[in-house]
Unconditional design. Structure first.
Ligand code: HEM
Length: 138
């Protein structure tokens, strides 16, 4: 299976237990990295998790459209600078996102899913960080 199929498959399994990457993702993130909690608005949890998930799904829809990815994720990374997000936090969020998915998928989760998510999130992060660097340089 290619990376996109592995991602779509694992999101589909996780979606059987809606709301998907929502509360549990934040529980894991704030437990492991309590220092990020103050960055988030007090009631934004569910809406924010939905946005993260929608943004990843939108990126998957454009996975072969390099120009769209560079533009969209670059702008996203630039906005995140204003939210107080630092570069190292991307690794924390990726780790917790993958941990949440693995938990939701249970026995069906494989090393291939883990690797596909690591590669894809890493690629998206690279584009977001490039946008963040451009924003800081301005
Ligand atoms: C590639 C990874 C990420 C994606 C796709 C993503 C997606 C989003 C989206 C779609 C929004 C809605 C607002 C907007 O579009 O500007 C948002 C807001 C936000 N994100 Fe991210 N994000 C990512 C990484 C991170 C990281 C690493 C952090 C650090 C903790 C973070 C913290 C936030 C915060 C604090 C907000 C504003 C929430 C609020 O106003 O309460 N995000 N993110």
């Amino acid at each position: 299976m290619n990376d996109k199929d592995l991602l779509v498959q694992s999101i589909g399994w996780a979606a059987e237990r809606e709301p998907v990457i929502t509360r549990r993702f934040y529980e894991i993130l704030f437990a492991r990295y309590p220092q990020v909690q103050p960055l988030f608005g007090r009631n934004s949890g569910d809406a924010q998790a939905r946005m993260l998930q929608d943004a990843i799904l939108a990126a998957l829809d454009h996975i072969e459209d390099g120009a769209w990815l560079t533009e969209t994720l670059g702008a996203l990374g630039a906005r995140h600078v204003a939210y107080g997000v630092t570069d190292e936090m991307y690794g924390w969020v990726g780790e917790c996102l993958i941990a949440t998915l693995a938990e939701h998928c249970g026995d069906r989760w494989s090393n291939d899913h883990h690797a596909a998510w690591g590669r894809t999130y890493g690629a998206l992060t690279g584009l977001a960080l490039a946008g963040a660097a451009r924003a800081r340089a301005q």
